[in-house]
Design a protein around this ligand. Sequence first.
Ligand code: GLC
Ligand code: CA
Length: 562
Amino acid sequence: MAKFLASLLFCSLTCSSAWSADPDWWRTAVIYEIYPRSFADTNNDGIGDLNGITEHLDYLKDLGVDGIWITPFYPSPQVDFGYDISDYKAIDPQYGTMADFDRLVAEANKRGIKIINDMVMNHTSDLHPWFIESKSSRKNPKADWYIWQNGDAKGHPPNNWQSIFGHSAWQWSEPRKQYYYHAFYREQPDLNFRNPAVRKAMYDIIRFWLDKGVAGFRLDAVPSLFEDPQLKDNPYFDGTDAYGERNVARAYTDNLPEVHDVLRELRRVTNEYPGSVLIGETYLPNAIELAKMYGKNRDELHLPMDMQVGFINKLSVPDFRQKLLEAETELNGNTPLFAFDNHDNIRAVDRYGDGAHNAEIQRLLATILLTPKSAALLYYGEELGMVTNTPTKVEDVRDPIGRIGWPREKGRDGERTPMQWNNDTNAGFGGTGTPWLPVGENYKTVNAATESKDPDSLLNYYKKLIKLRKENEQLREGDFILANDASTRVLSYLRVTKNGHAVVVALNFTATPQVANIDLASRGVKGRHAKTLIESFSGVDTVDLGHIALAPFGAYVGQVEP
Ligand code: GLC
Ligand code: CA
């Protein structure tokens, strides 16, 4: 508690907004994901670094983000570009020094921006000293820190478990004459979370970074923490995966109930640091499973990611109605965290775009991300309209899954290309040499410098939306209510506060003009007209709610006039 008061005092002196002192700041937050390798390079080695983030904090402040989640920058052999950690309490020299990190936190805090670290608990690098010790013999102090098993009677892997990144999840280790389990690459052995010493080691790491002033963690691969101790085979289903293996459902390797014990323990650790947040990477099958991640007594994750809404992957009004409604009503009053983009998936514009109206569709998606009652995650470059730059030749692929799975799985390089800052050399990413991945072809026009000068750019659309979301009481606090409109062409909803004031959102999901008819009375709201707050196409200052004319893929946000 003393720590919290100290940070409040610190904040009242240095933070730019009083709002920052709110311990529940994350409920309405806009969080910006940075893949540090690809954000900005300040020492001309083709790899982004922490100083590159610090240099661009004013851009992020101007965009209006409340926090940045930085994917792993700890020492790592970089097999999975940082998700294979070999030291949890240091900085990889590729990305800078601890002094650089401290400066980043201080400079971000000055601007009212919080830093969220990525925390990979499920596995370490195979070059982490824990694993080196663990694999050295069957009897050493860390012998039980990972998931070790004998082979079957014929010496084959113990069961049919598959790695998410292709082929058997079991890797033979000669010194122990045993297999170890890896949910991801074989260079990422899974830790044994049934071992209390492992849990304690992780919680110590969490405290180390919280003591350094980070505001929380994005927890990697949450559902993967536990596996069935009886090693039951996973069930098969039809077809093969990208790696040519029979498909398996991850029934005995993912989302086991024990995960929740760890999440509750973690929450208790972060409770020692009021105002800190736990975000979870929670790919789950539905809202019911997602709801569990908050804990019955709100004692697990503050913000497990909702991957249902952002990854519908087609502009279907019924699907969006259903998924948005579930997120807003089935999470026991908890806040959903929506995301359309991240470093593991083809960029949203390439999943939702039709090729002909991508600019309009990007604005439509931005509006869905930022106007429901939710926290929002943005991925670097999403606000500019960066697209996926998938490699065309296997020789160019850097992400190992793209080589293992080529051509069905081309890896994740496409969504990790350098941030497009301006139309100079390397799009202003830094340096004159070759960046670790090629710059996207559209950088001459799709870049921060050009777009910030254009009032109609996507960047300025995001800025306006984020500002509005902060300033408008209905968008901040109002309940989310689907509008009573059965149309399958227009998605519409309201944000209504207790005083009856409402904001209306109407989104045309088609390539032709549509007219939305919003019936407020059936939703207990008074009013016939709305004053335009934001729209993605040029239109009018006020609209008749029975008759909102929407351009193809147009987005409209208006304040209902009571
Ligand atoms: C998560 C990360 C992904 C990584 C994997 C293994 O899914 O987002 O990038 O490869 O975990 O750590
Ligand atoms: Ca660099």
